[in-house]
Design a binder for this molecule. Structure first.
Ligand code: SAM
Length: 273
């Protein structure tokens, strides 16, 4: 095994341990017993009512009835459950055994059908052209070979199939305002010699266990380049909450929406094979 392969293997193991300690969204259900209906319902309410009310429509939870849908990095299965409720035949894949275990238990609790696989998105154990939809939310910017994972998504999609992927947005208020200016400059992180990569790793994911994941950001143009092997590629920007605007949090809704759709923290790529 080459030095690079060893480093990659270690990076993946670190990711597995970190995501096992910090299943994405767990923090927001913390007032309830983990794994109960109350807990999962609270996690959903936080995501779709408080944090990202745009998600059901933009991600198209009800648009894939009857389609075979694979989610790469399903975490606790929060979005996957919405696609299943919308009638998609879902498969959840995740690098972290604990994520798969939680998703499986959650689907059982809600009596929804779904298949689950522990696997690296950079090496999917599926035949070519086996899915109508590949979805991934907030995952591929955490894996070293983002381009390799995109190529895998392309490979397992049927011709005409859709990839829907959310990556973090470089040209955003979160990146320049919160991470660069507030943490990097005012907080002194950059002045102490830390890189933006290190600043993001420390401050991006909210966690109980002081997580330090790999985090990358993409402009819309970089995201389109990443998906250039697809026939059609569209990008949209979303994700700001009013509290992030601090003194300006009470701006009119129309201005808020415009900001969210230009300087938001998420780039959503919709690509057709
Ligand atoms: C930030 S969480 C997002 C989870 C979920 N998509 C959501 O929106 O709640 C990242 C998840 O991606 C998984 N992950 C990270 N790298 C991965 C990879 N290379 N292949 C598959 N899953 C991966 C982690 O185990 C973790 O569950």
């Amino acid at each position: 095994m080459s030095e690079r392969d060893v480093a990659l293997k270690e990076e993946k193991q670190r990711a597995r341990e970190q995501w096992a300690q910090d299943p994405c969204g767990e923090f927001y259900g913390r007032e309830y017993e983990f794994g109960t209906r109350e807990f999962f319902d609270r996690v959903e309410r936080h995501r779709y009512e408080e944090y990202a009310p745009w998600m059901p429509e933009v991600m198209g939870f009800n648009d894939f009835k009857g389609a075979r849908l694979l989610e790469i990095g399903c975490g606790m299965g929060t979005d996957l459950l919405q696609f299943a409720r919308g009638g998609a035949k879902v498969t959840g894949a995740d690098l972290t055994p604990r994520s798969v275990e939680i998703s499986r238990a959650r689907f059982r609790l809600y009596e929804m059908p779904g298949e689950f696989v522990i696997t690296d998105g950079e090496r999917l154990p599926f035949a070519d052209k086996s899915f109508d939809v590949v979805y991934s939310n907030g995952v591929l910017h955490h894996t070293p070979g983002t381009d390799v994972a995109v190529a895998e998504a392309h490979r397992v999609l049927k011709p005409g199939g859709t990839a829907k992927v959310m990556l973090y947005h470089r040209n955003s208020l979160a990146y320049w305002g919160e991470l660069f200016f507030r943490r990097g400059i005012l907080g002194g992180e950059l002045l102490r010699g830390r890189s933006m990569q290190e600043v993001m790793s420390k401050w991006v994911e909210i966690s109980n266990a002081d997580a330090r994941p790999l985090v990358k950001v993409y402009s819309q143009r970089e995201a389109r380049t990443l998906f250039r092997m697809f026939r059609e590629v569209k990008t949209e920007v979303e994700q700001i909450t009013r509290p992030e605007l601090r003194l300006f949090k009470n701006i009119p809704e129309s201005l808020f929406l415009r900001l969210r759709r230009t300087l938001g923290w998420n780039v959503i790529i919709t690509a057709r094979k």
